[in-house]
Design a protein around this ligand. Structure first.
Ligand code: EPS
Length: 364
C-alpha cells in the first residue's frame, strides 16, 4: 500500500488537478485546514499581484463522502481564476473568435533560469508559453492541498510537520527579509532563500536502507528538489557535517533512546530514528526579472532581452508551505508503506502495535 499523486494543470489554463491514491478509508478531511494551507501559500512579502486574483478554492470531485475518505482515488481541483483573462491564449481547443487577451502572441524570448529554453527545445514548441505554463510554480497549489491531506493522515499517528523560511536574500531576520525584498523590487531584481521543515513525532523505522529508492532521505531530497526553483537540499546539518570530526558529528545514544543532539536530522541509514526530521531547501532567485537578462529570440536567432511578465520578487515564504507539504507527503507515503491498512483503524492499529513491539527496554 503506497500513496500516489498525479497532477495536471497549466498556470493560466482552466484549472489545476490532482489525483491522490492509496488513502485509507475513514480519514476525516477538514475543508478549513486545506483552505488555510492554500491561503498560507499565497502569502509572503514578495508575491506577485496574481496572488490577490487567485482564491485557490478547492473542489473535491471524487473519493470523499460527507468529509470521510472512501479508500478510493481522491480527485482535487483548483480553478485558475486568472484563466478568464486567457480564454483565447490558453484555450484547450482551437480558439474561436477574435485573437485577443493574454497569451495571444507567441513568446520567443526565453528567461535564463526558467525551463523556457530547455523545455521549448526538448518538446519542439514554437511558443515558449507551451513550456513555461506547466513549469510554473503555480502548480504547487495542488501539491499543498495534497500535503494537507498527508498531514491529516500523519496526525492520526501523532506526527506534525511545519515549515518556515530561515533566510531570504541572504538575510536571516524578518526585518532583513523585508528590506532585502524592497531593495530587490526597486532594483527590478529577484531573490532566493532557504526554508526549513521540521517533522515531530515521527516513529523510528520509516524508510529503509535496503535500496536507494527506499531511503527516506533520498525520497525527501527528491521531493524537495522537485519543487520549482529548489537547487539544494540538506538533511540535518547536511554540508556542515562534512567539516566535522566523527566525534562531533554523530548523535550519541542515550539509554532512554533520546539523543543529546540531532545533527543527522532524524534520519540514519535512510531510516527515521525517532528524532525530529529536519530538512532544509535552498531556492534560487526567481528567473523573471523586471530588468531582463540577455537572451536570444528563438524566432530570429538574434540577441534579445528575456520575457518580462508579472511575477514575484521572491517566493520563499510560499516555498516554506510547499516544502512542508512535500515533506508531509513523503512521510505519509513512508507511513503508508510501513503500516498499510484499508481502513484508518487498520493503519492506526498497526502503528500502535509497532510502537509496542519496539518499546525499550524489552521485557523477556
Ligand atoms: C510563476 C510566475 C508567476 C507566479 C506564479 C509562478 O505567475 P504570474 O505571471 O501568473 O503572476 O505568480 O505563481 C503562481 C501563480 C502561484 O499561484 O504560485 C512562475 O513562472 O513559476
Amino acid at each position: 500500500m503506497t500513496l500516489t499523486l498525479t497532477t495536471a494543470g497549466e498556470s493560466h489554463g482552466p484549472a489545476l488537478v490532482a489525483i491522490v491514491g492509496g488513502l485509507p478509508a475513514g480519514l476525516r478531511l477538514d475543508r478549513d485546514a486545506i483552505a488555510a494551507d492554500l491561503h498560507r501559500r499565497r502569502q509572503g512579502y514578495g508575491r506577485s499581484p496574481r496572488q490577490k486574483l487567485e482564491e485557490d478554492e478547492l473542489d473535491v470531485l471524487a473519493g470523499l463522502r460527507h468529509g470521510l475518505t472512501l479508500g478510493t482515488p481522491l480527485a482535487l481541483v483548483i480553478a485558475n481564476r486568472d484563466h478568464a483573462n486567457w480564454t483565447w491564449g490558453m484555450s484547450p481547443w482551437p480558439p474561436t473568435g477574435e485573437q485577443s487577451g493574454k497569451g495571444s502572441s507567441p513568446v520567443t524570448l526565453p528567461r535564463p533560469g526558467h525551463a523556457d529554453l530547455a523545455g521549448t527545445l526538448k518538446f519542439g514548441h514554437d511558443d515558449v508559453r507551451n513550456a513555461l505554463e506547466r513549469a510554473s510554480a503555480r502548480q504547487t497549489a495542488v501539491h499543498v492541498a495534497a500535503g494537507t491531506v498527508a498531514k491529516t493522515l500523519l496526525a492520526e499517528i501523532g506526527v506534525s510537520v511545519s515549515g518556515r523560511p530561515v533566510e531570504i536574500g541572504g538575510a536571516d531576520t524578518e526585518a532583513g527579509w523585508k528590506d532585502a525584498t524592497d531593495a530587490a523590487r526597486s532594483d527590478r531584481d529577484t531573490l532566493g532563500g532557504v526554508v526549513e521543515v521540521i517533522a515531530d513525532g515521527v516513529p523510528p523505522g520509516l524508510g529503509s536502507y535496503a535500496d536507494k529508492p527506499d531511503r527516506l532521505d533520498a525520497r525527501l531530497a527528491a521531493a524537495l528538489m522537485g519543487i520549482q526553483a529548489v537547487k539544494g537540499v540538506e538533511i540535518g546539518e547536511g554540508f556542515a557535517l562534512a567539516r566535522m570530526r566523527g566525534s562531533a558529528a554523530h548523535d550519541e545514544i542515550e539509554p532512554d533512546r533520546g539523543r543529546l543532539t540531532n545533527r543527522a536530522g532524524g534520519i540514519e541509514g535512510g531510516i527515521t530514528n525517532g528524532e525530529p526530521v529536519v530538512v532544509r531547501a535552498a531556492m534560487k532567485p526567481l528567473p523573471t526579472l523586471m530588468r531582463p537578462l540577455r537572451s536570444v529570440d528563438l524566432a530570429t536567432g538574434e540577441p534579445g532581452e528575456a520575457l518580462v511578465e508579472r511575477s514575484d520578487v521572491q517566493a520563499v515564504e510560499a516555498l516554506a508551505v510547499v516544502a512542508e507539504a512535500a515533506v508531509a507527503w513523503e512521510l505519509a507515503r513512508a507511513a503508508r508503506d510501513k503500516f498499510g491498512g484499508d481502513a484508518l483503524a487498520d493503519f492506526a492499529g498497526a502503528h500502535a502495535a509497532y510502537l509496542e513491539r519496539i518499546a525499550w527496554p524489552r521485557t523477556p
